[in-house]
Write a protein that binds this ligand. Structure first.
Ligand code: ZN
Length: 386
C-alpha cells in the first residue's frame, strides 16, 4: 500500500517537472523514503536480496575489485552525499573491467566499473551516474523488473527447470540481463538529476555522459550500441533520454562540476585503465574517447601516447603516420610518458629509420630501465647497431 502511495506521489511530481516547474530545495517526499528494511526471505523481494548478498560476498573476494582506499572513499563519500539518509545502506565496489557499466542491487551493493570511471570527465558526471542508480534503488525498480519477468512466459520455463526453490535465484539472474523499462529509466534519470542538483552539481553534465557514450557507440560501424556496452543492454540510451536530461538541466540550473577533484582522485590510475582500455581492441571507440580527452586538455601527454598506441595497433592505412605524430607530441609534452619514446622507436624501425629508432629506444630505456620489455628493446638496439 505504502509502495503504491510512493509511486503515485512520484508520478505527480514528474508531471510537475514536465509542466515546467522545477523542484525546490526540499526533497519531494517520495525521494526520501525510510531506509529499506531487509524483506522477509519467503517473499520474492527477500529472495532477490539473498541472491545479491551472495553475489556481494563473492565480489568482496574478487581480485577484480580495486583496493584503492583513496578512490573508494572518495566515491563512497559522493554516493553518501547523493543518497543522504540512505548512505549507511550503500556499499561501493569499484571493479576493474574496462567497460562502461554501473549497477545498484536492491540490497545496496553499488558496482562501478573502471571503464566508466575512465570516461567520467568530472565529479558531476560520476554524480549523475550514481544518482541515476540510486534512483532505481529508491524506487525498487529491480523488484518490479523481477515481477515483470516472472509474469512472462520465460518464468514458466525457469520454474520447470529449477523448481520453486531455485526459481527466484534464476529469475534474478534473468532479470539482471533484461533492460529496465523506458518508464523506469526516465524516472531514475529524473531522480538522479534532482539528487545531483541537490548536492550542488550542474545537471547538464548528466546529458554530457550519455552524449559522450553515444558518440563512442556510433563510432562502431554496423553495431548496435547494446553490443558495445553492458550498460546499453540494461539501460537503453536513446538520444531522447539525453535530450530530456538537457531539458531538466534548464529547470535546475547552477552547480559546480568538481573537475579538479575528480582528476586528483583518479590520475594515479589512468595509466592502468588506459592499458585495459586498448586491450579491448575496440579501436574506434577508444579513438573517440582519447580525442575528446586530448581536446579537453586532460592528461594530454598520456592520452596522446595512448592514441598513438591505438593507431599503431590498428595499423590501417595512414595509422602509422598518425601514431608517429601522437608519439612525437607526447614525447615533447610537459610530462612525457616514457613509452612514447618506445613508440617512436617502433615506428621508425618499421620505416627503416635506423638511427632515429635506436636513439628513441635508448631514451626509453634511460627513462624506464626496469620496464618489462627492456630486454626486447635492448635486442632491437643491438639489431639496429649492426
Ligand atoms: Zn538505468
Amino acid at each position: 500500500m505504502k509502495r503504491r502511495q510512493l509511486l503515485a506521489a512520484g508520478c505527480a511530481c514528474c508531471a510537475s517537472v514536465i509542466a515546467g516547474r522545477a523542484w525546490g530545495q526540499a526533497a519531494p517526499d517520495y525521494l526520501a523514503p525510510q531506509r529499506f528494511q531487509r524483506p522477509d526471505l519467503t517473499t520474492d523481494e527477500g529472495g532477490l536480496w539473498a541472491m545479491m548478498d551472495r553475489e556481494e560476498k563473492a565480489l568482496r573476494r574478487s581480485p577484480l575489485v580495486l583496493r584503492d582506499a583513496k578512490l573508494t572513499t572518495y566515491v563512497q563519500d559522493l554516493a553518501c552525499r547523493l543518497g543522504a539518509g540512505h548512505c549507511p545502506d550503500i556499499r561501493i565496489f569499484l571493479v576493474r573491467t574496462p567497460q562502461f557499466n554501473a549497477s545498484m542491487a536492491p540490497n545496496g551493493m553499488l558496482q562501478i566499473w573502471t571503464g566508466l570511471l575512465l570516461r567520467m570527465e568530472n565529479e558531476a558526471q560520476l554524480a549523475a551516474v550514481i544518482g541515476h542508480e540510486i534512483g532505481h534503488y529508491l524506487q525498487r525498480h529491480s523488484v518490479e523488473r523481477l515481477r515483470d519477468i516472472k509474469s512472462r512466459a520465460a518464468a514458466g520455463q525457469v520454474l520447470a527447470l529449477f523448481g520453486l526453490a531455485g526459481a527466484i535465484g534464476q529469475l534474478a539472474v534473468l532479470a539482471g540481463s533484461f533492460a529496465y523499462s523506458r518508464d523506469h529509466e526516465h524516472e531514475a534519470d529524473r531522480i538522479g538529476a534532482y539528487l545531483m542538483h541537490r548536492a550542488g552539481y550542474p545537471v547538464a553534465e548528466s546529458a554530457a555522459v550519455w552524449s559522450n557514450l553515444l558518440d563512442e557507440a556510433r563510432a562502431r560501424e554496423g553495431e548496435e550500441p547494446s553490443q558495445s556496452s553492458p550498460l546499453f543492454a540494461t539501460h537503453p540510451v536513446p538520444p531522447e533520454r539525453r535530450d530530456n536530461l538537457a531539458q531538466l538541466a534548464k529547470l535546475m540550473p547552477g552547480g559546480s562540476d568538481g573537475k579538479d577533484r575528480y582528476a586528483e582522485h583518479t590520475v594515479h590510475l589512468l595509466d592502468e585503465w588506459l592499458q585495459d582500455e586498448i586491450k579491448r581492441g575496440q579501436y574506434a571507440e577508444s579513438l573517440v574517447l582519447l580525442s575528446r580527452r586530448i581536446a579537453a586538455g586532460s592528461a594530454p601527454d598520456l592520452m596522446r601516447y595512448y592514441r598513438g598506441e591505438v593507431h599503431r595497433l590498428r595499423g590501417m592505412t595512414g595509422d602509422h603516420d598518425l601514431a608517429w605524430n601522437d608519439y612525437q607530441a607526447a614525447a615533447a609534452g610537459a610530462v612525457p610518458p616514457p613509452p612514447a619514446f618506445r613508440g617512436i622507436g617502433l615506428v621508425a624501425r618499421q620505416r627503416g629509420q635506423k638511427d632515429e629508432a635506436r636513439h628513441a629506444f635508448a631514451r626509453y630505456l634511460d627513462l624506464a630501465p626496469d620496464a618489462p620489455d627492456a630486454a626486447l628493446i635492448q635486442s632491437y638496439i643491438t639489431e639496429l647497431s649492426s
